[in-house]
Write a protein that binds this ligand. Structure first.
Ligand SMILES: Cc1cc2nc3c(=O)[nH]c(=O)nc-3n(C[C@H](O)[C@H](O)[C@H](O)COP(=O)(O)O)c2cc1C
Length: 158
């Protein structure tokens, strides 16, 4: 008879190999994109992925290969730009690792029309990233619909 402990270890090891590893990497000044990031992480987790939710300072190009898929979140800052102090330098460093990488983008904005996200998508496309789904943007704090879209985005990455 196979020992229950051994069987359990084997089962766990196999599950760990099957589970996809998803990183959710974001910047947020007033919490709106942070709330979106939490929903993205929940969506990926509910789909069975092993999820790491990180503020952008905890992530870098050297960690890109550790994950099967990455969700990047950043609000519209400056003038329709990514946040320049922390997020953009981290993201620019990751660009060299985007070719063939499964990604998705999300973020909050205020008064614009989402131009920052269109430019960001263009950048990722020219880097050769593979979009798992459409980006999710919302004006200021995410409402129930936006949070549900964020969960679906996370699920698409899992
Ligand atoms: C310095 C600064 C620049 C901003 N620039 C833009 C912009 O160009 N276009 C826009 O739609 N919203 C802009 N916003 C609004 C933010 O994108 C919006 O408040 C967003 O919800 C902030 O997300 P967060 O809570 O994750 O920081 C700006 C906000 C700040 C503080």
């Amino acid at each position: 008879m196979i020992g229950t402990e051994q069987y359990t270890d084997k089962y766990i090891m196999e599950r760990m190999e099957i589970m996809s590893k998803v990183a959710v990497v974001y910047w947020s000044g007033t919490g709106n994109t942070a709330a979106m990031a939490t929903a993205v992480a929940e969506g990926a987790q509910e789909k069975g992925a092993e999820v790491s939710l990180m503020f952008c300072g905890e992530f870098g190009a050297e960690r890109m290969d550790d994950f099967d898929a990455v969700a990047f979140g950043c609000p519209s800052m400056g003038s329709e730009q990514l946040e320049e102090g922390d997020f953009e330098p981290m993201f620019t460093a990751c660009e060299g690792k985007l070719a063939g990488k499964k990604i998705a983008l999300f973020g909050s904005y205020g008064w614009g029309d989402g131009e920052w996200m269109r430019s960001w998508e263009d950048t990722c496309r020219s880097d050769g990233a593979v979009f798992a789904c459409d980006s999710v943007i919302c004006r200021e704090a995410p409402d129930e619909d936006a949070l549900s879209d964020c969960k679906a985005l996370g699920a698409a990455l899992a």
